[in-house]
Design a protein around this ligand. Structure first.
Ligand code: CUA
Length: 190
């Protein structure tokens, strides 16, 4: 009898433990629900989504031939009026350094890296992606108004990372078309 724990005390501590466990379980469920709500909100409101497919490219021959040769970089007007922008990221700059696109137009960005993993982000837009050597990152968007956006590399890529950024200049469609009439590939980099 002396070594039997008092029954009321034992039941009491078990009840306390059960209450604390339920409380923590509720906290965990609340955190999970919050994270799911954030995923749904960013998916619907900001159109954030994972890449839809994988497209590979040889990073060692980018400058020699193919889509990402230097003369093919920048903005190109497609036959349907949409614009494709091709960009190469390398330590520690983007080519072109200044990108020009028209407002209210479907834009497709195609970006790849010549060396290491870089980041591709255009401030005040839903564009936020990684750029990996060996892969082409594709992003479709459109800019509702003209203006300027910063395009910093936001993936640590080496000692010069913080100096790696470009500009995106959004012009109204008429001003863009005037420029596009004189060039096969457009950029505002001098
Ligand atoms: Cu490129 Cu950081």
């Amino acid at each position: 009898m002396s070594n039997t724990p008092p029954s009321s005390g034992h039941a009491g501590s078990a009840a306390v433990a059960a209450r604390v466990e339920r409380k923590w379980a509720a906290v965990v469920v609340a955190i999970i629900l919050l994270l799911v709500a954030m995923v749904v909100f960013t998916g619907l409101h900001w159109a954030m989504m994972p890449p839809s497919r994988v497209e590979t490219i040889d990073p060692t021959t980018l400058h020699v031939s193919g889509e990402f040769i230097e003369s093919n970089l920048g903005s190109a007007v497609e036959t349907d009026g949409s614009v494709t922008v091709r960009i190469v990221a390398q330590q520690y700059s983007f080519t072109p350094q200044c990108i020009v696109v028209p407002a209210n137009t479907p834009i497709t960005f195609r970006v790849t890296s010549a060396d290491v993993v870089h980041g591709f982000l255009i401030a005040d837009t839903n564009i936020n992606s990684m750029v990996e050597p060996g892969y082409v990152s594709t992003f479709k968007t459109s800019f509702p108004t003209s203006g300027e956006h910063l395009m910093p590399c936001h993936e640590y890529c080496g000692t010069g990372h913080e100096g790696m950024w470009a500009h995106v200049k959004v012009l109204d469609r008429a001003a863009f078309d005037t420029l596009a009439a004189n060039a096969r590939r457009l950029s505002c980099a001098q």
